[in-house]
Design a protein around this ligand. Structure first.
Ligand SMILES: [Zn+2]
Length: 382
């Protein structure tokens, strides 16, 4: 499904136009200042943005900043900064003109990963800028929990995702909103979508109540294979977690155990309608809770039997015994599944999940390492 048309201020075409216009004026400025555009010094902000961030126009923040800087700084600084920002703006214009990147391919820092020297220089510069911002922009102390050190890491990650002026992004793109009676902070775009969800629910006369909700949190996720942390989509205000205490993140191990005990094949793909996925999860939840007692008894008896046969010298039972023991460990070792027996693991109402999808969110049951049942994010383009 396509995203609905955006407001004029946020259209891609508009962003493209503005980026081009500013790029042209900045190039002219840089040329007037007597400096070469290419090859310029290392450019920290050259990465294309994932679509929704483009709509939030952080690129404009950087370009505005460059224009402002040009008025206030001396000729030498002006020249240096104009080159950096003109190159960034040119690159941004090029990125905007390019076909949209798939959402999941937003890791746009391949160049920095490949070039360690460039990375070290730019990180040092970013840390110095972070210190200056930390002193002068109060919003950072309110939003970032881990002090200056935490902000220096976050700022670097935001830059690598293309957000050029982090405090301006926090101030301009993140707004407070109310959803089903609870306050949260999210990206403007998400606030509009949540209002749409409420309208859809009102139309169905569905009076839902939720206990907790979270949106914008500038935080990192552990990267794959021990690499640099990633920014969560919560760091952009583009994701919401609803009733996280009752709708946990189920790991792949949890899901395997769930399927084996319940006998229900879960459907996790986001291309399948959220209501259909919800039906399977709820069926699995109900069946799991009914079957887990007998399953554990049968499993223990089978393991006991196979161990006896192995003790009598029957080596052919070893693979089956290993398999059953591993499965038992998965089932009994997960605190989330133990909790699931008592209270379930999915309390979100079906109407809510469906309305969220209809309003343009993805229900993220399809992460490679599990199903995040509390988590919805602005839909990735298909
Ligand atoms: Zn989340």
């Amino acid at each position: 499904m396509l995203l609905p048309p955006e407001s004029p201020r946020l259209t891609v075409a508009g962003a493209r136009h503005c980026a081009r216009r500013f790029a042209v004026s900045l190039v002219a400025m840089a040329v007037l200042a007597g400096c070469a555009i290419a090859p310029g010094p290392p450019v920290p902000l050259t990465s294309p943005l994932p679509r929704p961030y483009l709509l939030a126009s952080p690129v404009h923040h950087s370009i505005d900043l460059a224009a402002e800087t040009a008025h206030t700084e001396g000729a030498h600084q002006l020249r240096a900064r104009a080159v950096i920002h003109a190159s960034a703006a040119l690159h941004a214009a090029r990125a905007l003109a390019a076909p949209p990147l798939p959402w999941a391919c937003a890791q746009n820092d391949a160049r920095l990963v490949a070039n360690a020297d460039e990375r070290v220089v730019l990180k040092a510069r970013s840390d110095a800028d972070a210190l200056a911002e930390w002193r002068t922009r109060p919003i950072l102390r309110r939003a970032v929990r881990r002090g200056l050190g935490g902000y220096q890491l976050l700022r670097w990650l935001y830059l690598r995702r293309g957000v050029c002026d982090v405090p301006a992004f926090f101030e301009g793109a993140i707004v407070p909103t109310r959803f089903l009676g609870l306050w949260l902070q999210v990206h403007r775009e998400v606030a509009d979508r949540l209002a749409r969800v409420e309208r859809l629910l009102r139309k169905q006369d569905a009076h839902l109540r939720i206990a907790r909700i979270g949106g914008f949190v500038p935080r990192t996720l552990r990267g794959p294979y021990g690499s640099l942390p990633w920014l969560s989509n919560h760091a952009f205000g583009l994701a919401v977690d609803i009733d996280p205490h009752r709708n946990p993140y189920l790991s792949i191990d949890d899901l395997v155990a769930l399927e084996r005990v319940s006998g229900v094949k879960l459907v996790r793909e986001a291309s399948v309608p959220a209501g259909d996925r919800w039906d399977r999860f709820v069926l699995a939840q109900r069946t799991y809770r009914a079957r887990i007692g007998p399953w554990l008894r049968d499993n223990a008896a089978a393991i006991h039997d196979l161990r006896l046969r192995r003790a009598r010298g029957d080596a052919t039972v070893v693979p089956e015994l290993d398999h059953l023991e591993r499965l038992r460990k998965l089932v009994t070792g997960s605190a989330r599944l133990r909790a699931a027996v008592r209270v379930g693991f999915l309390t979100l109402p079906r109407e809510l999940v469906v309305a969220m999808e209809d309003a343009g969110f993805t229900w993220c049951t399809d992460f490679p390492n599990g199903a995040d049942l509390m988590h919805f994010e602005l839909r990735r383009p298909r």
